[in-house]
Design a protein around this ligand. Structure first.
Ligand SMILES: Cc1ncc(COP(=O)(O)O)c(C=O)c1O
Length: 402
């Protein structure tokens, strides 16, 4: 099932749960056997990197570092490697700007811990990354949800909303979360003009931009644009990065880049001390050799094939569904005709042996019911084609029943 399904609050709970834990969700890893998974952005198993040598070195030569509690900010060697990695995108920083985390999601959580009081508003796009919404909700935020168009977050609407809040005597939100490159779920890449405008708005209204950028290196075509962090002269951007999409999500290594006073505060919010130094040492080695760069090239080329297979399968089996071909990343955003119920279709899809996510999960507030999010990352082209054919059967079953 898509992460959508939850069982609803238990009428007679055995324990006195916090409100945020009243509903017991199902794990995204629980599926009926033989289900084709097009719901989550898992890594393609044949592309998981072989790290036997690097793990051996970490457990051997580096054993005292790897088996010890790690430094709160992360291994200095890794912080240096990350600074070099982002320099390729025009981001100027030193290790003092880099905090190593357990992936980008953990970095988002730490940023919320540093900035958010219960009840604060956060600015997000509608739709946005469903897991990010989940993390933000655990901080009891409310949302200022701003539309997107082909150029990304609608900065005019954002400005209008900020002025409206001001007119009501309310302060601007402190944090904005967005994914400017190959947005999850829409696949949209923010234009350069919007990037610049967003930074101006952040400076003027005093909010911090959390730029979540896991897919940047997975560009299939077109010209790369500078990350927001590369355009940021005043420190209003905190960039979140990860090796999950370019190496392996199981490593759980990510980072936040920002002003030292911000990332150090984030470090002190870690509940678990320094993040896993064993995995960090492996990543240092992969980054230092050209293994990671070669791996990224391979992932990008394979993901392009996966995307093309999915787009081709939609053209063949579901031509009435509007899709936007992303220029990179892992996801396809599908708009069903008016009146189609994505939730019912995703339930039927499971019965037909394929799992997709209802787009409703990506909306901070009640959202339109006619979107599906599909990931082409986890299974190969033939299985993707089979999965979309199964989805088409589910869709036809929905049409017959409607
Ligand atoms: C937009 C976005 N941010 C972050 C992540 C994952 O981050 P991590 O595995 O580093 O926590 C994903 C994975 O799907 C994603 O789509």
């Amino acid at each position: 099932m898509a992460a959508s399904e939850d069982t609803g609050p238990d009428k007679n709970p055995r324990f006195r749960y916090a409100r945020r834990a009243e509903v017991l969700g199902k794990s995204i890893f629980e599926h009926p056997p033989d289900t084709i998974i097009l719901s989550s952005g898992l890594a393609y198993p044949p592309l998981l990197p072989d790290v036997v040598r690097e793990a051996g070195d970490a457990a051997g030569d580096h054993v005292t570092e790897a088996m010890q509690y790690g430094p709160l900010m992360g291994l200095d060697d890794l912080r240096d490697q990350i600074a070099d990695f982002v320099a390729e995108d025009g981001v100027r920083c030193t290790r003092d700007n880099v905090l190593v985390t357990y992936g980008a999601k953990s970095a988002l959580d730490l940023a919320c811990r540093v900035f958010i009081e219960p009840g604060d508003r956060m600015i997000v796009t509608r739709p946005t990354y469903m897991s990010a919404l989940h993390i933000m909700r655990t901080h009891n935020v409310s949302f200022l949800a701003v539309a997107q168009d082909e150029e990304g977050l609608d900065t005019d609407e954002l400005e209008h909303e900020l002025k409206r809040l001001e007119a009501n005597g309310e302060r601007a939100p402190k944090l904005l979360f967005d994914i400017p490159d190959f947005h999850n779920p829409t696949g949209i890449t923010m234009s350069l003009a919007r990037r610049k405008r967003l930074i101006e708005l952040a400076q003027k209204w005093g909010f911090v931009i959390l730029e979540d950028d896991p897919y940047r290196r997975l560009r299939f075509e077109g010209e790369a644009l500078p990350p927001l962090k590369a355009l940021d002269e005043t420190g209003v951007v905190v960039a979140l990065g990860t090796v999950s999409k370019i190496l392996a999500p199981g490593l759980r290594v990510g980072w936040a880049l920002g002003e030292p006073e911000v990332v150090r505060r984030m470090a002190f919010q870690k509940a678990d001390g320094g993040s896993n130094p064993f995995a960090q040492r492996i990543v240092v080695d992969l980054m230092r050799s050209n293994k990671m760069a070669l791996h990224i090239d391979e992932v990008r080329d394979r993901m392009r094939e996966h995307r093309d297979a999915m787009i081709g399968a939609f053209a063949e089996h579901l031509p009435e569904i509007t899709i936007r071909a992303p220029e990179g990343g892992y996801f396809l955003w599908a708009e069903l005709p008016d009146g189609a119920d994505a939730e019912a279709i995703s339930d039927l899809a499971v019965e037909h042996g394929v799992e997709v996510s209802t787009g409703r999960l990506c909306f901070p507030e009640a959202g339109p019911g006619n979107f599906l999010r599909l990931a082409y990352s986890y299974v190969g082209p033939d299985v993707i084609r089979d999965g979309v054919a199964r989805l088409a059967q589910a869709y036809r079953a929905f049409e017959r029943a409607a």
